[in-house]
Design a protein around this ligand. Sequence first.
Ligand code: BGC
Length: 399
Amino acid sequence: MIQQNLLAVLSVSLAFSACGAGLGKSGGASAPASGDSARAAASRRNPFLGANFFLNPEYIANVEATAKRFPSDADAIRKVKRYPTGLWLDSIAKVASIPQWLDQAKQQQQSSGQPTLSLFVVYDMPNRDCASKSSAGELKVAQNGAARYRTEFIDPIAAHFRAYPDLPIVVILEPDSLANLVTNLNLPACDEARDAYVDSSAYAIQKLGLPNVSIYLDAAHAGWLGWDHHRENLIKIYKKVLKAAGGVNMIRGFATNVSNYTHLYNNDGMAMESSDPCYNELVYVKKLAVGLSDHGIRNKGFVVDTSRNGKGRIRKVWGNWCNIKGAGLGERPRAAPEPLVDAFFWIKVPGESDGTSDSSQPRFDPDCASSESAPNAPQAGTQFHAYFLDLVRNATPPL
Ligand code: BGC
């Protein structure tokens, strides 16, 4: 995934008791006034505050599998089991995993006595990954993909979420999709998806905008949309989507750096793209927040993916995005680490590949064989043991 720019607050439990009961399920333009005001209040709260995070047993098993392969690093690798990661709904088939995950989250919530938050990445847009190949999806605009997205993907996800009204849920909606509309409309698959991305995003927001669900729209990262004109165009697209979805209060905020490597604090960007005013991810968040506010989108929070951005200066070309060599785990997932930031979170699953480096395989993207990419990479989403070992060794701060 992650096709680049070609150029270049209150506790959750309180939130629940305040807005959990008696609301219409889908919210949206037709929701009653009381539902609207409850949603407005909920959209101003950081859902990560006061919450524990769900630890996925399947991920823990993957970490253990890597630990067994590298006995001398096993202790360090096993430390990763303590941290939550995104739960990727990257196909219609994956939707069936939701009840199992949420049952486990419920058990963790009951045994800890703390609200236990699960973070889902909703990622099956028609013509997904329209500007690259490694995560090209199963749904196609030309083959009724937009309708299937609604009925076979979003509706069942909403039904599952509705069945767990006491669990806090975060949705990161469709990484890369709206950003591709900013920079990649010159590509046929993106151009074809122009309306489908906007309409499908609005539909997902309406349906998933439940009282226990906080939605964050994807906002790419500093090295993709950091330029003033790109940020401005992105915000225009957000306005269109949010208008169709029922208003700015339908979402809590925006997610940045999903599956990317952009550093939080240093000035890496100055060397890679000197014309980009956002030389790191937190500068990008600040500038985006100002732009959003100028357009009436205020009081939003950001989630920044810190799964693999611990180490700075690991690439020369900011547009390279696939299994970048030298990357390390970044800041640990936690609530409210910086102004404007609701959470740092490991949204990309550390250890899972961005795409195969084998040109003979389906969905091979040449970016995954670039000189800055780790060799011998498996398909996107598959455990890449050697790469995971490097992420652990390069973790910054150290594990
Ligand atoms: C892949 C998904 C995977 C996700 C998390 C994406 O790049 O396309 O299949 O679940 O990364 O690793």
